[in-house]
Ligand binder design. Structure first.
Ligand SMILES: CCCCCCCC/C=C\CCC/C=C/C(=O)SCCNC(=O)CCNC(=O)[C@H](O)C(C)(C)COP(=O)(O)OP(=O)(O)OC[C@H]1O[C@@H](n2cnc3c(N)ncnc32)[C@H](O)[C@@H]1OP(=O)(O)O
Ligand SMILES: Cc1cc2nc3c(=O)[nH]c(=O)nc-3n(C[C@H](O)[C@H](O)[C@H](O)COP(=O)(O)OP(=O)(O)OC[C@H]3O[C@@H](n4cnc5c(N)ncnc54)[C@H](O)[C@@H]3O)c2cc1C
Length: 665
């Protein structure tokens, strides 16, 4: 009972309107209403229970996932849910499965790359789930290097077909989610070869893999699951698959032909659009991964914050209560920047969604000018937010001490499910190198008078930013958005310019890129952190209703920025943007901001509006009733079904008897 009181007391200390903050977090009143309704719907449905997930063997786990996915689909149809509601329902069902790839990559790929006729043919089937699709790009031998893929699609003019073939073991498709056991169809990336034996590079094709009658693989197709992955439960609910083609024939019109076409005569026709549009689905998914990062980070932070308020260690005097661990400055210094990052990623995710919608509209009007920026922003922010989120989930586990290591804390499985986000949809380092390439191109065009726009507009003020020195004289001077922005812009500019100067010393730019890759990655990170800081500051320019809500967000924005400054002090001081004295003032200010966050911490994580079902964590329970529930949970473990364990007679008893005999000797 005592623990329950702790959180009620915490909630009573909040200095802002939590209900209004929930709406800010959700993005709008409508989004809040849908999210809230769908999360409760899932939480109240026993089929979506997930407390036994980590204990099930793979086959049972997978069958259970199929059952949940089928049940989710049944509810979506019965309740006539909108696309938005359906996607929220799947999100809160919280179990990676084939439907993510079907709705998240297969359908968007057809929408983005299919002609009107192709969309008319395939989309209705996909929308009704009469076919199930996946995204088969990566191969055993190549993932990052998409241009290096080996699967071939050779045009046969005699039959008006493509022959899909896996010429080597390394060309086997490897990893696609949903492929292993479920998908009937796949978008397959293969090198297009036309009669003249010319290789036109990688293109997307729709290939049927399994019979729609008995689910058996079609002739020429070898398909299966790639095996168990990291952690128990976790991502093993997904059937990541392998796939080989032995001269499989598909009709010509199953090449997705919006961007380029092969005619009946075998002529290759490239529409007047950049060939990189074939990578468009990856840009779309990277943008959704940024939005997901804030959710996963918020989930871990919610657990760690509530538990830190419940947990007490040391500090009792005269038999009084001990100190809540959340009151230790070290705990605050580790936890509150993560809380601030969750909010920061939420807002940059909202902005990225806007950017993606904007570039999509422009592409429809044949304006390709913002495509490189959209690619750089989605790649860079995907990399930054997933790296921080993965590291932060582990930090939250440590913040919960020993109990964080228990499965029922929810953190081990969250970690295991989340960490592949640093790899899928582009390895995070490979993606940062793309950002660096974009930055180097922008810097190299400055002398010709080219004015950078969008997120690189600050580089247009390169001369000022190379010279400026921060004016901060006292700690409170850091509480000024333009002061903060200026130092982040100056640091990003100076790191990029230094890289560009070093690159110019190489005779061949590609050689320089390889040699300077580590510095280029640091410049890319600085640029991406600047984007996050600036979008948080922009968010604060909006009219944000609700008592104290804006003030809390302001505090979190400064925590986010000043903590980054502290962590990357080397960059800021070495590039001369700030002095060591100013750095120390920033740290003083940060400490004082932690004191402002402290009374609001529990309410700030309540604002995520997560149900106990979604959190699936005894440590993060809303009521804070941690110890009785931990005690109860321990007894549910299969090992505790019998008092004496299986194996006692074979292995423990003989051992004990042996020792007894030895002792007597
Ligand atoms: C229950 C909780 C679960 C939570 C999870 C929820 C989320 C669920 C979502 C997904 C589940 C996982 C699904 C995973 C799917 C996958 O992983 S699919 C496979 C993804 N693969 C990759 O991302 C491969 C990475 N590699 C690449 O993207 C590229 O090849 C590259 C490395 C970026 C480029 O290599 P390269 O230099 O060889 O590139 P080229 O093809 O020669 O092109 C060069 C120029 O093009 C520009 N470019 C590159 N990519 C793009 C793009 N996408 N858009 C626009 N422009 C692009 C590049 O900058 C070069 O431009 P330049 O010539 O001007 O310099
Ligand atoms: C859980 C999961 C789900 C997936 N789902 C799908 C799916 O549905 N469909 C699909 O097609 N694929 C899928 N993938 C594959 C995924 O997209 C690739 O694994 C990813 O793009 C990374 O490529 P890779 O495996 O080739 O890594 P590699 O490129 O081999 O990376 C290995 C190491 O080399 C480094 N490296 C590589 N290139 C460079 C370079 N140029 N410079 C510096 N360092 C470099 C990387 O940083 C990394 O440290 C999935 C992967 C996972 C883990």
């Amino acid at each position: 009972m005592e623990d329950v009181d702790h959180l009620a007391h915490e909630r009573s200390k909040a200095q802002f309107d939590v209900e209004e903050m929930k709406i800010v977090w959700a993005g709008s009143r409508h989004a809040f209403e849908v999210t809230d309704r769908m999360s409760r719907l899932v939480a109240s449905d026993p089929i979506f229970r997930k407390d036994n997930r980590t204990l099930l063997p793979r086959k049972e786990l997978f069958k259970n996932t199929l059952r949940k996915a089928a049940h989710a689909w049944k509810r979506i149809i019965e309740l006539r849910l909108t696309e938005e509601e359906a996607s929220k329902l799947r999100f809160f069902a919280d179990e990676p499965n084939f439907t993510e790839l079907h709705w998240g990559m297969f359908v968007p790929f057809i929408k983005g790359q299919g002609t009107d006729e192709q969309q008319k043919k395939w989309l209705p089937l996909a929308y009704k789930m009469q076919i199930i699709g996946c995204y088969a790009q990566t191969e055993l031998g190549h993932g990052s290097n998409v241009q290096g893929l080996e699967t071939t699609a050779t045009f046969d003019p005699l039959t008006d077909e493509f022959v899909i073939h896996s010429p080597t073991l390394a060309s086997s498709k490897w990893w696609p989610g949903g492929l292993g056991k479920v998908s009937t169809h796949a978008v397959v990336f293969a090198r297009l070869i036309i009669t003249d034996d010319r290789d036109y590079g990688v293109h997307g094709f729709i290939v049927q893999l399994r019979s729609l009658d008995d689910h058996l693989p079609l002739p020429g197709i070898t398909v299966g699951d790639i095996g168990n992955k990291f952690g128990s439960g976790a991502y093993n609910t997904m059937d990541n698959g392998l796939l080989r083609f032995d001269n499989v024939r598909i009709p010509r019109d199953q090449m997705l032909m919006r961007i380029s076409q092969v005619t009946r005569e075998g002529k290759y026709v490239q529409s007047n659009v950049p060939r990189q549009l074939v990578y468009g689905t990856m840009v779309y998914v990277r943008q959704t991964i940024v939005a997901d990062a804030s959710c996963a980070l918020a989930r871990a932070v919610c657990i760690a914050t509530r538990y830190s308020a419940v947990r007490r260690q040391f500090g009792s005097q005269n038999g009084g209560v001990e100190t809540q661990v959340i009151d230790y400055k070290t705990q605050q210094n580790r936890l509150f920047p993560l809380l601030a990052s969750a909010y920061a990623f939420r807002f940059v995710g909202e902005w990225l969604k806007w950017l993606y919608t904007d570039v999509t509209q422009r592409l429809q009007a044949k304006d390709f000018s913002t495509l490189p920026e959209a690619h750089a922003c989605t790649a860079g922010l995907k990399s930054l937010t997933t790296t921080v989120t993965a590291d932060s989930i582990e930090e939250c586990r440590k913040l919960c001490g020993g109990h964080g290591y228990l499965s029922c804390s929810g953190l081990p499985e969250l970690f295991a499910v989340y960490i592949p986000a640093c790899t899928y949809e582009g390895d995070n380092v490979v993606l940062l190198l793309q950002v660096a390439r974009f930055l180097m191109k922008t810097v190299s065009q400055l002398p010709s008078g080219m004015k950078p726009v969008g997120t690189t507009a600050y580089l247009g003020r390169v001369e000022d930013l190379m010279q400026c020195h921060s004016t901060v004289k006292k700690a409170e001077d850091w509480l000024n958005p333009s002061v903060v922005l200026e130092v982040f812009e100056a640091r990003a500019t100076r790191l990029s310019v230094a890289c560009a100067q070093n690159l110019s010393k190489f005779a061949k730019q590609e050689e320089g890129f390889l040699e300077l890759a580590a510095d280029l990655v640091e410049a890319a990170v600085a640029h991406c952190q600047l984007i996050v800081v600036s979008k948080f500051i922009e968010k604060l320019q909006e009219d944000i209703p609700g008592k104290g809500v804006k003030e809390q967000l302001q505090t979190l924005c400064y925590v986010y920025a000043l903590n980054l400054l502290h962590k990357h002090l080397g960059d800021f001081v070495a590039t001369g943007c700030i002095t060591p004295k100013q750095a120390s003032l920033a740290n003083d200010q940060l400490r004082s901001l932690y004191s402002q966050v402290r009374p609001n911490a529990v309410a700030l994580v309540d604002s995520f509006n997560y149900t106990d079902h979604y959190l699936s964590s005894i440590l993060g329970r809303y009521d804070g009733n941690v110890y009785p529930k931990l005690y109860e949970e321990a007894w549910k473990d299969p090992l505790n079904e019998s008092v004496v364990p299986d194996g006692y007679h074979e292995y423990i008893r003989p051992l004990l008897k042996q020792q007894l005999r030895n002792a007597r000797l």
